[in-house]
Ligand binder design. Structure first.
Ligand SMILES: [Zn+2]
Length: 403
């Protein structure tokens, strides 16, 4: 049977037809199906801890792997293993970064309010980092642990509070890196190691948490360095980064209100006591909001999943926008949760089916590759036959001459 006929057979296969229909359906519906399939796949192998049984968490892994369920599953399981190996829960709960103030003095960075959508805004003045001093007050290992603890805090506190305030699901950060003065010369080996380690952690274990990164005040020195740094980053992450020169303000103000932008970046905020980057300014520091968030997302409730579903219901017609008080109504949670997951049986393909379709697609792709190789080999063979005929002619002529 030729490759072509195998492909035709597979194309006739009803499963393949279903997968073509999925591609034709609207994007969100497809996303929901794929999330549900990944969820079923993980549940079937008992590899989905309650903490991560969340529509948006699974969606992040799928997005990062181009909606390939097998690859998303592998990435998700790697994340679980990393959390186990590095005791991430212990870092989140117990790690004390005593050198916090000293680090902030030589490496100005921090969360500062929200962007216009309501996402946390994170700012780093990378160009002002005093690296030799930084390495005196902390180590790469401790800084990386601090970074992990901050990531955990963002996911467990900053995003939920921002979601409550904005009344929509928020699970990504907008960031601004001021690289004024930064170039290849002042980016040492230890800085490169730290950058690479943090990049690896963020893209492998906290995928899709970056909404947009504005790199501002990029001069020629930074642009040379950027060529090196880009090699550490995933294409999806790179697509979310804008490298801007000194005329960055209008672009940044499209995403951030001036009141949330520090004065030193062209905004209007002048936080007292230590300046804007020491404050961890944002709704997540408001005790009332922390309490509301804990009530909504606290222990004993499978709450992030449920609240996310409640908030997500804004996008469904016939569902009123929830207020903070309404959010913890159990019946409402169940009802809205059902909007996302009620179709477990109705109208949604099982994880096994979706998986089979993806495998079919992958087989088709391999067949096309093989056909391409076969065609190339055929051409090469033809050329070789011609050359052989030419050589035979030459040999005949030589024989005649020698005789
Ligand atoms: Zn400020």
């Amino acid at each position: 049977m030729s490759f072509r006929s195998i492909e035709q057979l597979l194309r006739r296969n009803s499963k393949t037809k279903i997968s073509r229909n999925i591609v034709d359906r609207n994007h969100d519906q497809k996303e929901e199906q794929l999330v549900q399939s990944l969820r079923e796949l993980l549940l079937a192998s008992k590899q989905l801890p309650d903490k991560f049984d969340d529509y948006y968490v699974l969606l992040r892994f799928l997005k990062m792997r181009g909606f390939n369920i097998l690859k998303a599953k592998e990435m998700f399981l790697n994340m679980l293993k990393w959390r186990e190996d590095c005791s991430v829960d212990a870092i989140a709960n117990d790690f004390k970064f005593e050198e916090y103030d000293a680090v902030k003095r030589c490496y100005p960075h921090g969360f500062h309010g929200v962007d216009r959508f309501g996402r946390p805004l994170y700012i780093e003045r990378v160009g002002s980092v005093d690296l030799s001093k930084l390495m005196q007050v902390t180590t790469i290992d401790r800084y990386v642990k601090y970074h992990i603890s901050e990531q955990e805090k963002t996911i467990s506190l900053r995003y939920p509070v921002c979601s409550l305030v904005a009344k929509k699901h928020i699970a990504s950060t907008t960031a601004i890196f001021d690289v004024k003065g930064l170039g290849l010369n002042n980016f040492s080996k230890s800085a490169r190691e730290m950058f690479a380690e943090i990049q690896k952690i963020d893209s492998n274990y906290y995928p899709e948490t970056l909404n947009q990164l504005y790199i501002i005040n990029a001069g020629t020195g930074f642009r040379a360095l950027w060529k090196v740094l880009k090699t550490f980053m995933e294409a999806r992450t790179l697509a979310k980064i804008q490298v801007l020169g000194t005329n960055y303000l209008n672009t940044v103000l499209e995403a951030v209100d001036p009141s949330n932008l520090p004065e030193f970046l062209g905004g209007t905020c002048t936080c007292p006591t230590g300046g804007c980057l020491l404050q961890d300014k944002g709704p997540w520091t408001d005790p009332e909001m922390i309490r509301a968030s804990k009530e909504a997302f606290g222990k004993g409730q499978k709450s992030f999943n449920e609240l996310a579903a409640t908030i997500a219901c804004e996008s469904f017609t016939g569902c009123q926008e929830p207020s903070a008080k309404q959010v913890d109504s159990t019946s409402r949670k169940r009802r809205t949760l059902g909007m996302l997951f009620k179709d477990d049986q109705v109208g949604f393909d099982t994880g096994e089916n979706i998986l089979r379709k993806q495998v079919d697609e992958q087989i088709l792709e391999k067949i096309r590759e093989l056909e391409h190789c076969a065609a190339k080999s055929g051409e090469t063979l033809q050329i070789l036959i011609c050359k052989q005929q030419e050589l035979t002619g030459h040999i005949e002529q030589l024989r005649k001459i020698l005789q």
